[in-house]
Design a protein around this ligand. Structure first.
Ligand SMILES: O=P(O)(O)OC[C@H]1O[C@H](O[C@H]2O[C@H](CO)[C@@H](O)[C@H](O)[C@H]2O)[C@H](O)[C@@H](O)[C@@H]1O
Ligand SMILES: O=c1ccn([C@@H]2O[C@H](COP(=O)(O)OP(=O)(O)O)[C@@H](O)[C@H]2O)c(=O)[nH]1
Length: 933
């Protein structure tokens, strides 16, 4: 039996054959992690080199994107980064490592695409504009990114319909390296206010979809979703217009979930990353969204999908497996061989910018002013956009409870709440503003005096300097988000607290809780009592306790910066493309159907071997919903295939064999009235449709194990909802295709472990794992082993006059059965035939794969007298090593004594069809139709 190591080596050998690469893939090419670590090292040393040479450009307020230095590639040097990296990998095989040529990072062109530009435009005249920096975490984070030659594509926040306005705004923005997307008012209303902020934003923060007036909601939902897609396409059009080969396109946030799909449809080679700044909710929440599948699929078009935390990434993968039925792996999500990498990239801030700001005179001035203003009182601070996810009412109510329970503190503490107006056109936000004003008014009325109020509430944003000063004078910062992607305010507060070392009270529902959790006081903002007592705890914390906590947080904030975040994401995106190219090299090529057809037409005696399940049956639900389990379980030949198949079967120059794992009844029902050969239960039973079933089972097949395995399968079927098992004559199959994917997988592991250590530990069986099934069969029950016996019988019965000169083999076969593909390959020694099988077995997830034998050789079968009658009815002897061919070919001669098989390598085609492949039907129809004229 082949060991895993052998398998891997032979697989690699095959890769060599296919791609012509001259190195051993496994041992010489650095792993993804090795590449990323190396890349990180290079980045670090390049950064310190730049710093030493004084060419690193810090943030400059005058240059919004802060990227003054350009190291553009010259035209002659326009190779893509993945080409360089791939070459690097090739070189690595020789040098055991890969280096960039100059060891320094070149600035890579980066197109940042986000709904909002980092500046908002205000029209001052027909062609004059004022640009103000936009508020929000996304903008803050990306302002700190200056290692790239970045341009920003987004909506300018204003409705500009006239040509002069559009032209002049485009010019004004160009100076800030910004490129506008002009959205008309109606689109903004439906896309931004409607779909983005009224549907996706609340849902992603665990606030359910609106329920009142269902019909109206449904109607507006449909038009908003249409506007959302349209807006995404408009963003894509602008990206496409500015894209240059080799650029990295980084799409941001829930506004642009369709963008990766639009971009890849336009140019599949574009390097596309997508990052979500909000939480991604549990799949149970996401599945309530009517457009849930479309959105997931659109995002999966990206090469790399990033989230702030591992939890969000995990939820996304789980949504893809549960809603789309795709395979979730530790790397990401796989869909028919295409991997979308999914990972966590926690954002940070440009901490230096905040630390440096504290030394600026205007900030110092503000600090002094604030200290004087609030002398003798502890300052508590909240800085939030006025958004329902920020938990502002909860925060204020907890503060009220604290004052209520601690009268001594009433004149010793003040809460400054900066509530930046946001999304003011959305009714929910308008309601929230009123609610907050009402609560603040009530509390101030209750605890205020003629000279002082406990809450200072500002409905506006502050400029950067004022904000830094406020952070610096704060004793306790209160972040009470009900859900928050990350929350950068908490990071900014920490960065500005080097001297004061104030305390951070932080909601456990903010992404930041995962990074700053150890240094903050974590709270559940829904628990007002707990929140109120945390305020007391924070206000009275000793200096040593504050210092320890601050030290922990400060270290994190100053090391996990926005610069790091962006570089890591882009580096991983570059590498993902490299990785996917390496994977692509392993995928066998598509079936060259035109060539296959041409050869078919030119041949005289053809043999077609077809699988049944997932090859000739109706494809499973494209959306992966699997709601019609019973219908699907009843295997039926796809209606569209009936006619082409009948024509093929009636062609006297063609022999069709359906070779299936299904039992005889299933094949009888579906193919009983066709003129063909049926091979049931992996070829253990065989019949020509005009005749009776014969058994080809090896003589000494032991089936003693069946009862105990059946017992185990029954046990697991009872405990795994929607699983089922089939008892066949030579095998048992437990199928968990319709179960909860994760539970099904866990159960199958448990089942396997139980089988191996129990009922089958000494039995002569094979356990074959399908993608969602476990099959136990007697050793020797494989299609690969059966094919020669079947062929012998066909040749004998067909009374072959002309040698078979064309073979086409199409199927979705389990790994164990895949040597059926290599059976016809001419002039390959056994070992290499197995190699081919393993190659296919290891690429089950590919779309369709083809391998035609690469050499032109003849399989001429020796010229001997055929054996008399079939031995099949007497039961053929088993040969587990698959050496039957040499014996059987002696039987397979035509009457006049010439070969029965005269197969030029060019006339052998095989094609593996993936289980969930939606195109398996069309592939066959496409392949078959033209042959029929
Ligand atoms: O552009 P707006 O509609 O006014 O909203 C402002 C931004 O709000 C959201 O910010 C998120 O991103 C932060 C940085 O990653 C993160 O810390 C925070 O938790 C998120 O809420 C939104 O995702 C952005 O697109 C908006 O620009
Ligand atoms: O008056 C203000 C209030 C807030 N911010 C910025 O808005 C961002 C808020 O980001 P966060 O991640 O906390 O939440 P988001 O608003 O993005 O949901 C932070 O960078 C703040 O510095 C600002 O520039 N001016």
């Amino acid at each position: 039996m082949e060991s895993i190591e052998d398998t891997r080596t032979s697989q690699n050998n095959l890769m060599l054959q296919l791609s012509g690469i001259k190195y051993n893939y496994d041992s010489a090419v650095p792993s993804r992690l090795e590449r990323l670590l190396r890349e990180r090292e290079l980045r670090k040393s390049s950064r310190s080199q730049n710093a030493n040479e004084g060419i690193r450009d810090g943030y400059r307020d005058s240059d919004v994107l802060g990227n003054g230095i350009e190291l553009c590639l010259s035209d002659g040097d326009k190779r893509t980064r993945e080409e360089e990296l791939i070459e690097g990998l090739a070189a690595a095989s020789l040098s055991n490592g890969f280096e960039r040529q100059d060891g320094r990072s070149q600035k890579q062109r980066l197109l940042v695409v986000a709904n909002r530009l980092p500046v908002s435009a205000v029209r001052k005249g027909e062609d004059s504009w004022a640009l103000e920096v936009s508020v929000g975490g996304l903008v803050s984070a990306l302002l700190g990114v200056n290692e790239f030659e970045a341009s920003w594509i987004g909506w300018s926040g204003v409705n500009v319909t006239d040509e002069i306005g559009q032209r002049s705004l485009t010019e004004a923005l160009a100076e800030k390296r910004c490129i506008p997307v002009f959205l008309d008012q109606e689109t903004v209303h439906q896309y931004y206010n409607g779909y983005c902020n009224n549907i996706l934003w609340p849902l992603f923060h665990y606030l359910p979809l609106p329920q009142e007036d269902r019909l109206a909601t449904t109607r507006s939902f449909q038009s908003q979703f249409a506007a959302y897609k349209k807006a995404n396409q408009m963003f894509a059009d602008v990206v496409n217009a500015h894209y240059q080969e080799g650029d990295v396109v980084w799409c941001h946030d829930y506004h642009l979930m369709f963008l990766p799909k639009c971009l890849k449809e336009y140019n599949s080679k574009m390097k596309v990353g997508w990052f979500l700044h909000t939480p991604f909710p549990s799949s149970e929440i996401h599945r309530t969204l009517p457009s849930r599948s479309e959105l997931l699929r659109a995002v999966l078009a990206a090469d790399l999908v990033g989230f702030h935390t591992y939890d969000y990434a995990r939820h996304f993968v789980s949504a893809c497996t549960r809603i789309l039925g795709l395979e979730g792996t530790p790397e990401g999500v796989e869909d028919q061989g295409k991997l979308t990498r999914v990972a966590a990239f926690p954002i940070g801030i440009d901490s230096d910018r905040f630390i440096r700001a504290l030394e600026l005179p205007p900030v110092k001035y503000h600090i002094k002013e604030l200290q004087e203003r609030f002398a003798g009182r502890k300052v508590m601070l909240g800085v939030d956009r006025l958004d329902m996810i920020k938990g502002i009412p909860q925060k204020i109510l907890a503060f009220e409870k604290f004052l209520e329970e601690n009268p001594d503190w009433r004149d010793k503490v003040v809460l400054l709440q900066i509530a930046v107006p946001t999304r003011t056109d959305v009714p929910e936000y308008q309601k929230l503003t009123c609610q907050v004003h009402e609560i603040v008014g009530r509390i101030n009325g209750r605890f205020g005096t003629l000279t002082a109020v406990p809450i200072h509430h500002l409905d506006r944003s502050l400029d950067f300097h004022a904000l830094c000063a406020l952070y610096a004078v704060t004793d306790v910062a209160l972040v009470t988000s009900l859900r928050d992607g990350m929350n950068l305010v908490s990071y900014e507060f920490v960065a500005c607290q080097a001297s004061k070392k104030g305390v951070l009270i932080l909601s456990e529902f903010a992404g930041a809780a995962q990074s700053l959790g150890a240094g903050a006081i974590l709270v559940n903002p829904w628990n007002i009592t707990e929140l109120a007592s945390s305020i007391g705890y924070a206000l009275t914390m000793c200096a040593h306790g504050r210092e320890k906590r601050h030290h922990h947080n400060f270290l994190h904030v100053t090391t996990h910066t926005s610069q790091e975040w962006a570089e890591t994401f882009v580096s991983e995106l570059n590498d993902t493309v490299v990785e996917s190219q390496l994977r692509t090299r392993q995928i066998p090529p598509q079936l060259p159907s035109e060539v296959a057809i041409e050869r078919y037409m030119g041949s005289k005696n053809r043999l077609l071997i077809l699988g049944f399940n997932a090859t000739l049956t109706e494809p499973v639900d494209a959306q992966g919903r699997r709601i019609d389990q019973l219908k699907e379980m009843e295997l039926k030949l796809h209606p569209d295939l009936k006619e082409p198949l009948r024509k093929l079967c009636n062609d006297p120059k063609t022999t069709v064999v359906v070779l299936s794992g299904s039992d005889r009844n299933v094949l009888d029902e579906n193919f009983g009235d066709y003129r063909m050969w049926l091979a049931a239960e992996h070829g253990m039973f065989l019949r020509r449709t005009e005749g009776n079933w014969m058994t080809t089972m090896p003589e000494n097949l032991s089936m003693d194990w069946v009862d105990s395995v059946k017992h185990v399968f029954e046990y697991f079927t009872e405990r795994t909802p929607r699983s089922h098992f089939e008892l066949r004559e030579t095998s048992l199959v437990w199928n968990y295709k319709y179960t909860d994917i994760e539970f099904g997988k866990l159960q199958s592991k448990d089942l396997l472990q139980h089988l191996w250590t129990g009922p089958i530990s000494n039995a002569s069986v094979d356990v074959v794992q399908g993608s969602r099934s476990v099959e136990v069969r007697a050793v020797g029950v494989t299609k690969g082993a059966a094919i020669d016996r079947i062929l012998g019988e066909i040749v004998h019965n067909n009374d072959v006059k002309t040698p078979i000169d064309y073979v086409l083999c199409i199927g979705h076969f389990l790994p164990k059965d895949e040597d059926i593909y290599s059976f016809f390959e001419p002039e390959l020694p056994q070992g290499q035939a197995a190699t081919t099988r393993n190659k296919i077995a290891n690429h089950l997830n590919r779309n369709t794969s083809n391998h035609s034998a690469g050499k032109s050789g003849h399989r001429a079968v020796s010229n001997r007298v055929p054996q008399q009658a079939s031995t099949l009815d007497k039961k053929a002897g088993s040969n587990e090593n698959g050496n039957w061919w040499s014996m059987m070919r002696d039987r397979m001669t035509v009457h006049e004594g010439s070969s029965v098989l005269d197969l030029k390598a060019d006339n052998y085609f095989s094609c593996a069809v993936e289980l969930l492949l939606r195109t398996s039907r069309s592939l066959l129809i496409e392949a078959v139709k033209p042959w029929l004229g």
